[in-house]
Design a protein around this ligand. Structure first.
Ligand SMILES: *[C@@H]1O[C@H](CO)[C@@H](O)[C@H](O)[C@H]1NC(C)=O
Ligand SMILES: *[C@@H]1O[C@H](CO)[C@@H](O)[C@H](O)[C@H]1NC(C)=O
Ligand SMILES: *[C@@H]1O[C@H](CO)[C@@H](O)[C@H](O)[C@H]1NC(C)=O
Ligand SMILES: *[C@@H]1O[C@H](CO)[C@@H](O)[C@H](O)[C@H]1NC(C)=O
Ligand SMILES: *[C@@H]1O[C@H](CO)[C@@H](O)[C@H](O)[C@H]1NC(C)=O
Ligand SMILES: *[C@@H]1O[C@H](CO)[C@@H](O)[C@H](O)[C@H]1NC(C)=O
Length: 461
């Protein structure tokens, strides 16, 4: 009897201890997730709205005609980069043992000091992929208004969609769940611009689908004309697109600039002419419209290979003159030089554009295995996270972009390492029209990985 009592006592004591522990854990967890909510909000409120007049811009010459062949090149060769020129390290990332649990690491959340140092060390590119039932954020069947058919894997013969069911959990960052109406309200009267290659276009389409939840929106206005983004005679498509949500007066646009160098046809009346690629000059579109952007996201990478530069008839220029420096002309050096030039120029513009928040997105990794895009390479794996789920490295996997923004007020949108873990999320061998033997292990299925890039972007604007 006595023994039983003691046993019961012990049991009660144990359950009280457990209860206290559970509540402490929940409290600490909640606290860790939200301790500086107010700080974040007031920072958001400081992100003030300045107005600028909308000007109807009519390009003097049909600036996009000469881009047509480039776009064609971009379409047909799956954005390849030759491996020796690739900036993405081939190393595999550490696989780690993780459970699909939402409880963050608790080891050192016990004191104010560690907590504040954690917030300071918030690094959106460190963290892990976790299974999430609230993904995807829109349907690949439904977002027909903005999603290109070729990237809507739900419309292809693909049958596995497990890649859609994950979200990125940064290790030490407050990461609010993306909510479309809240996002658009925050972006009231603001313009978000993506400038870059087709991977930038994917991110743009992804954001359009996220902001609408993939639902048809008759009230979203095509305002491309305001930015000169119209389809010119003979062109396959315009140089970009711009849409405005009328309720919140939010504009989201994309401009095609694959190299982030300014392109200038050497003879504007001759379509077959070479194109000067000014490595030290930001694209004219960007210089012209910068004052109208509140958020700017740059990217480049996959067009920096000799094949594309030749096919596009790009001739490198520096200081307004054809480049003669053979060393600088080497692809890797030319890219580094251009990326540094555009970052330096943009940073120099920030003081006179106080409302602008500038991001440089790192390169999107490609996953051709057993060959390259033109030698039968594939990305047939359909099982998520076979190479691990966690990124804990401190340095970027795209050292070129990381170095270019270092010491500037441009924010690194570092998506390389986390996307590297998602080889199953590419278009792969599927397409709307069944073309066999062509694999796209560069572009991503949408919904998919670029949605996460936008979640990281939304968390930082
Ligand atoms: C994962 O767990 C296994 C066994 O539980 C262990 O041998 C291995 O070292 C762990 N790997 C990592 C990266 O922690
Ligand atoms: C929309 O926002 C822009 C600033 O981005 C501002 O100039 C314009 O006046 C706004 N339009 C309306 C109708 O509020
Ligand atoms: C530009 O191209 C046109 C048409 O081919 C040609 O007539 C003209 O001479 C060229 N101009 C120069 C400066 O090369
Ligand atoms: C890239 O360019 C910057 C600025 O011109 C230079 O300081 C840096 O050394 C270059 N990096 C590489 C890897 O060439
Ligand atoms: C965050 O991580 C990125 C890449 O992993 C690195 O470039 C950067 O220096 C890190 N920042 C901080 C504050 O640790
Ligand atoms: C970044 O912006 C802050 C505030 O505007 C300014 O004080 C600082 O000098 C800038 N840093 C650089 C590297 O431009």
């Amino acid at each position: 009897m006595k023994g039983a009592n003691i046993y019961r006592m012990k049991g009660r004591h144990l359950s009280v201890t457990l209860l206290v522990l559970t509540f402490t854990t929940i409290f600490l967890w909640a606290w860790e997730k939200n301790p500086f909510v107010t700080t974040m909000q007031s920072a958001q409120e400081q992100f003030n709205i300045h107005t600028s007049d909308f000007v109807i811009y009519t390009p003097k010459s049909s600036s996009s005609d000469y881009l047509t062949p480039n776009e064609h090149v971009e379409e047909t060769d799956s954005e390849s980069t030759r491996s020796e020129e690739s900036q993405v390290p081939e190393k595999e990332f550490d696989a780690s043992n993780f459970t699909n649990s939402f409880v963050p690491h608790m080891e050192d959340s016990g004191s104010d000091r560690t907590l504040s140092s954690k917030i300071k060390d918030c690094n959106y590119s460190k963290g892990r992929w976790v299974a999430e039932s609230q993904r995807p954020l829109y349907s690949g069947f439904e977002c027909k208004q903005w999603l290109s058919e070729m990237w809507a894997c739900r419309l292809t013969q693909r049958t596995d969609f497990s890649f859609e069911g994950y979200r990125w959990q940064p290790e030490n960052c407050k990461m609010p769940e993306f909510e479309k109406s809240a996002f658009l309200r925050r972006m009231q009267d603001k313009t978000i611009a993506f400038i870059g290659d087709s991977l930038g276009r994917q991110q743009f389409q992804s954001l359009m689908c996220m902001a609408t939840g993939g639902e048809w929106r008759a009230d979203v206005e095509d305002v491309g004309r305001e930015y000169g983004l119209v389809k010119h005679r003979g062109a396959i498509r315009p140089d970009g697109w711009a849409y405005r949500f009328s309720n919140t007066n939010t504009t989201i646009l994309y401009y095609w600039s694959a190299s982030l160098a300014d392109l200038e046809p050497l003879n504007s009346t001759d379509k077959a002419t070479d194109v000067a690629m000014h490595l030290d000059r930001a694209p004219a579109f960007m210089r012209r419209f910068l004052h109208r952007f509140d958020v700017l996201v740059l990217n480049t990478g996959h067009h920096w290979n000799r094949g594309k530069i030749t096919a596009n008839r790009w001739v490198m220029y520096v200081n307004g003159k054809p480049l003669r420096d053979k060393q600088l002309m080497a692809i890797g050096n030319a890219k580094n030089f251009t990326v540094h030039s555009v970052a330096r120029w943009l940073d120099s513009q920030l003081p006179s554009h106080p409302r602008l928040k500038a991001f440089f997105r790192t390169i999107s990794p490609r996953h051709f295995r057993n060959g390259d895009w033109n030698t039968g390479g594939n990305c047939d794996n359909t099982t998520p996270l076979t190479g691990g789920s966690e990124i804990s490295q401190d340095e970027s996997s795209d050292p070129v972009i990381a170095a270019a923004v270092k010491g500037t007020n441009i924010t690194l949108l570092d998506i390389t390492a986390l996307s590297e873990l998602r080889d199953e999320g590419h278009i792969s061998r599927y397409s709307v029209k069944a073309t066999t033997g062509v694999n796209d292990c560069l572009h991503w299925c949408l919904p998919g990985i670029p949605d996460t890039w936008n979640e990281l972007l939304a968390a930082q604007v």
